[in-house]
Unconditional design. Sequence first.
Length: 148
Amino acid sequence: MSQSRNPGFFLNAVIGFLSLLLLVLLGAFFTRMFFPRIQNTRSNAQAQLISKVIQVEVLNGCGVPGIASRYTRILRKNGFDVVESGNFDNFDVTHTFIVDHSGHIENARRVARALGVNPKRVIEERSKDYYLDATIVVGSDYNSLKLN
């Protein structure tokens, strides 16, 4: 008799587990369907958090030795989180420009304002794989930047 009870108990346990799983999945589906603002609030909170600390990289685009390091120090003193610095692909950049990677263009514009870079020189190039907010490519106009 004990053999006939075990298969029924096991079958009932599996059905109960699958029923519970179905309820959880349906609950998640209906929550997303009828309460999308809950998720948007989280996204907005994350966006506000990201904009408080702007992570940038500084690249030397003019060939002047040490210019990326110089602007790294200046930007850090002014509250920007410089994560990387180095050389750009070439050294014939005339005008300093800033590339927005995060999709939060206002962060790149804040960097531009701090440096005195023309807002027309802020370029959007979003990348999900890029962990920085912006890249600053220092051109040969570095002496005209605000934070000298």
